[in-house]
Design a protein around this ligand. Structure first.
Ligand code: SF4
Ligand code: SF4
Length: 434
């Protein structure tokens, strides 16, 4: 059984942080105004809030030179676990520091030492009690599917994984139901896990609850395998990230089940000629920006089970044994959402921070629940970036990003969920339409 690295396992990585602060900025920024990589330091304005600053605290904690404190807990809790520091650090230091892995280990250390913030503990209690961190009743998890014209549970070739964000968000259900109905019309045999759908374990891992994350991941994998599905399609950016990047840290996988995000799956069906997309008149002639969700983008880059074992010496520096993937975050889900938007006739513009360097909306990593003012500032920073572009419409393919950014968008930026646009534009390809 593989286990994620502990802070002790990360000792050499912590020691190699040069305190250069490159992790505070994206590579090759286009402007000083939008050069920041890190929503946490934008909020805390003190080194301890950055990726590198957290590594110094972690090193001190490990050796007993730094005690637990409210200040440390506050800085750690302000980190969205967005991974942008990891991308920037690797520009100079490749796999020799990898701050994100140490941030995961630091949070796990806080949990094991009894210093997990109260909101994190409450989220975990809700996860135990009802399978979602907000404590919604499990009996309501499948209300989105009420009245759908097909029997949705049981065995089928394609398993739909909804994720708690969308499953408990009634505003998103019409789009979800419309997309599912279109898939039904083109003959996709689908099933879903109904009220029994479990958590991916990704949130538990982000919060430092490693054992709980492993258990949740194992349970969901067993549930999926019992359906006999050959393909799992998730509507959740956070779940995709867990499936591709967190589960391998435990040596876990869905085995022969292919795992896709809904945007990847729909784009595949469009390319196969089974689905087509109609132009959306409301968006014609209006530049649209696409927000790369951290979870859907850099954090869904696939990860192997043995990354970054540093045991070779090169000019006195430890480097990884080969082959070891160097994950810059470029292998995430970036192109399918953009391809779908272009196929709807949308004129896409890139924000200053995009793809692997995208700026976090602020909602993830438990920050929205623990340090809401930090989450709000990140959203405002991201929306300011849109206002500084030629776009006034921002599209996200992540339910959490969409709802968090929409809370702060005001009238200057129109927030759109990609699933909602797809629900309007998707139709069976003409040859298949009955
Ligand atoms: S984590 Fe990396 S980029 Fe940040 S200060 Fe340390 S070495 Fe520099
Ligand atoms: S994971 Fe994100 S919020 Fe946390 S230190 Fe790194 S860049 Fe900042």
């Amino acid at each position: 059984m593989h286990s994620p690295q502990t802070l002790e396992d990360r000792r050499d990585f912590l020691a190699r942080c040069t305190r250069c602060s490159q992790c505070k900025f994206i590579a090759m920024p286009k402007s000083q105004r939008h050069a920041s990589a890190c929503p946490s330091i934008d909020y805390g304005q003190f080194h301890a809030y950055s990726g590198g600053g957290q590594l110094i605290m972690a090193y001190g904690l490990l050796d007993g030179n730094v005690p637990h404190s409210a200040e440390m807990a506050g800085a750690v809790a302000s980190c969205t676990m967005c991974g942008n520091c990891d991308v920037s650090c690797k520009i100079n230091f490749a796999e020799t520091v990898e701050p994100l892995d140490s941030l995961y280990a630091l949070r796990a250390k806080l949990v094991s030492d009894g210093h997990s913030p109260a909101p994190h503990r409450e989220m975990m209690e809700a996860l135990h009690r009802s399978g979602n961190s907000r404590g919604h009743p499990r009996t309501e998890r499948a209300h989105w599917a009420d009245g759908l014209a097909f029997d949705g549970t049981g065995k089928a070739e394609t398993l739909l994984h909804i994720g708690s964000g969308l499953a408990y968000e009634p505003a998103g259900w019409p789009a979800l139901r419309a997309v599912v109905a279109t898939l039904h019309r083109v003959g996709i045999a689908m099933t879903h896990l109904g009220t029994e759908e479990g958590s991916s374990g990704g949130l538990a891992f982000d919060l430092g609850y490693v054992d709980e994350a492993r258990t949740l991941a194992q349970e969901l994998i067993e549930q999926a395998q019992q359906t006999g599905a050959g393909t799992l399609v998730t509507f959740s950016a956070a779940a995709l990230s867990a499936f591709r990047s967190i589960h391998p840290r435990f040596g876990l996988s869905f085995g022969s089940i292919r795992v896709l995000h809904i945007t990847e799956y729909l784009w595949e069906l469009v390319q196969q000629g089974r689905l087509s997309l109609a132009p959306l008149p409301d968006l014609q002639g209006r530049p649209v920006a696409y927000h790369d969700s951290c979870k859907l983008g850099r954090l869904s880059e696939p990860r192997g089970t043995q990354d970054s074992g540093l045991d070779n010496q090169m000019s006195g520096i430890l480097v990884s044994r080969t082959p070891s993937a160097l994950r810059f975050g470029n292998g995430g889900c970036y192109e399918a959402p953009r391809a779908l938007l272009r196929a709807m006739g949308v004129e896409l513009v890139e924000l200053e921070r995009h793809h692997a360097s995208s700026y976090c909306c602020g909602a993830c990593g438990g920050v929205k629940e623990t340090v809401p003012e930090a989450a709000a500032l990140a959203a405002r920073n991201r929306l300011a970036e849109v206002q500084d572009s030629t776009a006034s419409i921002l599209v996200s393919a992540c339910t959490g990003c969409t709802s968090h950014l929409a809370e702060h968008a005001g009238s200057a930026v129109q927030m759109q969920d990609l699933l909602g646009l797809l629900a309007q534009a998707l139709r069976p390809a003409p040859a298949l339409a009955g």
